[in-house]
Design a protein around this ligand. Structure first.
Ligand code: PXP
Length: 261
């Protein structure tokens, strides 16, 4: 529970800014693991704007924890994933113009296209997850398509403008988490999570894995990646411990989980 997948795409983005060979995302993966990351996440985009095929190959060879490949439901990328065999593939929507993945995959609408891709990946022994918005219909569609897991888009929570909006977004996440569990799916969370907003969501306690990129890489500019990962891991562990104490000793308490101290 509360495992941390570190998304290293941003390291490749810096490299691509100069089209050179540094910083190397492969080094970043090793540093993140030395800092205590439970997994490494990368997105092989169709336009190869940051991570490229060489990176994917080397990550597969060198990552000692769990390797999670984010990808579109594109037949060419599915073929690459089947050959590469990462531990997990997370299917995401992908648009050329976007800065980063915006929102979740519409599994309800794309069910017919998604189901065969899920089957191919599962047949290759890969755990398959879907990145979706916290919506009950999307969650149950994931179960119907044969996904093993899902990752709830935490963007609305992360971009909330005030405490009320944040609390509402957290409630939606908690409700979708429960539907996921009831459907027999493993539930992850990701997008826009930071050192400042991680605690309330981590205190929900039901997410298996958090995939975090931008905030950790941004912090790493000042303290180094190993330390940045250590700090995030510490927050996740503290949240779990705090949730456990509340559960055990104050089960009826209406604990204010907003904004970590
Ligand atoms: N999870 C998924 C599916 C994503 O697409 C991304 C962004 O690449 C992340 C998590 C990480 O988001 P962030 O960089 O905002 O932490």
């Amino acid at each position: 529970m509360n495992k941390l997948g570190v998304n290293i795409d941003h390291v490749a983005t810096v490299r691509q800014a100069r089209q050179t060979d540094e910083p190397d995302p492969i080094w970043a993966a090793a540093e993140a693991e030395l800092g205590g990351a439970d997994g490494i996440t990368f997105h092989l985009r169709e336009d190869r704007r940051h991570i490229n095929d060489r990176d994917a190959e080397l990550l597969k060879q060198t990552v000692a924890t769990k390797l999670n490949m984010e990808m579109a439901i594109d037949p060419e990328i599915v073929k690459i994933a089947v050959k590469l065999r990462p531990d997990q593939c997370t299917l995401v929507p992908e648009k050329r113009q976007e800065l980063t993945t915006e929102g979740g995959l519409d599994v309800v609408r794309l069910r017919r296209r998604i189901t065969p891709a899920v089957k191919k990946l599962k047949n290759a022994g890969i755990v398959v997850s879907a990145f979706i918005e916290p919506d009950a219909a999307q969650v149950t569609a994931c179960a119907a398509c044969g996904f093993d897991a899902l990752e709830l888009w935490t963007g609305a929570y992360a971009h909330a403008q005030n405490e009320r909006e944040q609390a509402e977004a957290l409630e939606r996440l908690a409700a979708a988490l429960e539907v996921g569990w009831d459907s027999g799916l493993v539930v992850h969370a990701g997008h826009g999570l930071t050192y400042r907003n991680i605690k309330p969501i981590a205190m929900l306690g039901g997410f298996s894995e958090y995939n975090i990129g931008h905030s950790i890489i941004a912090r790493a500019v000042f303290v180094g990646l190993r330390e940045a990962v250590r700090e995030m891991k510490r927050l996740l562990d503290q949240a779990l411990l705090r949730a456990d104490v509340v559960d055990r000793f104050y089960p009826e308490a209406d604990v204010d989980t907003h904004y970590p101290n």
